[in-house]
Design a protein around this ligand. Sequence first.
Ligand SMILES: *Cc1c(COP(=O)(O)O)cnc(C)c1O
Length: 371
Amino acid sequence: MTDTPSARAARLAHLRRAELAKGDPVALPLTLATMFHLPGDPAGYAQYGRFSNPTWDAVEKMLTHLEGAPALGFPSGMAATAAVFFGLLKSGDRILLPSDGYYTTRVLTERFLTRLGVTYDTRPTSTFLDGGFEGYRLVFVETPANPGLDICDLVAVCEAAHAAGALVVADNTTMTPYGQRPLDLGADIVVAADTKAPNGHSDVLFGHVASRNAEIMAAVSDWRKLAGGIPGPFEAWLVHRGLETLHVRFERMCNTAEAIAPRLAAHPAVSKVRFPGLESDPSHNLARAQMDRFGFLIGVTLGSEAAAERFINDCALIQPATSFGGVHTSAERRARWGDAVDQGFVRLSIGCEPADELWAALEESLNRSEG
Ligand SMILES: *Cc1c(COP(=O)(O)O)cnc(C)c1O
């Protein structure tokens, strides 16, 4: 079988099969354990719940399969990013962050890394290559960036960053491994919030780190074990279940987003739409080159804060909520958190509702939004 997203999805559904003994349950058992039966020499066995857990192993096996690289689970997306920073950086290192990416990554850096002697700069994703990467130990990219959905050229960034001696970390939360695999494009490390589409049911926080570099994975694994930022087995079990349907949900969500984005763009109440799948989008050509799909997030700008709030809150098929990637369509006005976006900017996360019904509800709410 070739190594396409569809081929990976097909194999994912049968990953456990090779390990099953006759009579074993086909579904993954949830193992809640701090202690393991351990007489004598403990080497090579499960030892303690902060070090290992069979339910983590199962979800990490899935993530490893999807990323094409060893993966480790974390209790949230931010725990994964923090493990990379605290596991790999040291005093004197300088890092580069996107100015328009997930804001918590910048706050974590400003609040806790700078006082350990790590310095940082920020740069917009759309012009991320400008200025080069000389002097950076680590370059952190997020593409498409949440929430503005600008894109940077991963191959070009990785080449230039590597030439300057920097490691490249890609936050792939907005795309999932079915939409884009930054490691295949040259990134050293992927971090992602499986809280979003991979779990998909808005009931678990989870994250992972993946890398083909064994030294990096050893440092991140030691950080997790020693700092204790470990995932709960039940959360891992739920994410394992979520990942079983990620492909079918992601395809549906991306297809619907592609159908809906042009209709949004043509609606008179909408002043601007950002979606990498629109031919008119500044990111379109790059998205075609490096992404397998265009994703399920759409940036929609309405005429005013009030119009945006009415559109979100009065639509029968929009869940007003922060976060994204659930089976239900959700949306929020990002300016309410202080993101540097227009007051009328709405991040719309397309869910699994049938496309025509969803569009009818969105259109009705848009028609009413101007008040
Ligand atoms: C949500 C998100 C995170 C953080 O994930 P948590 O699970 O909430 O910690 C990191 N990066 C991006 C791009 C996100 O959207």
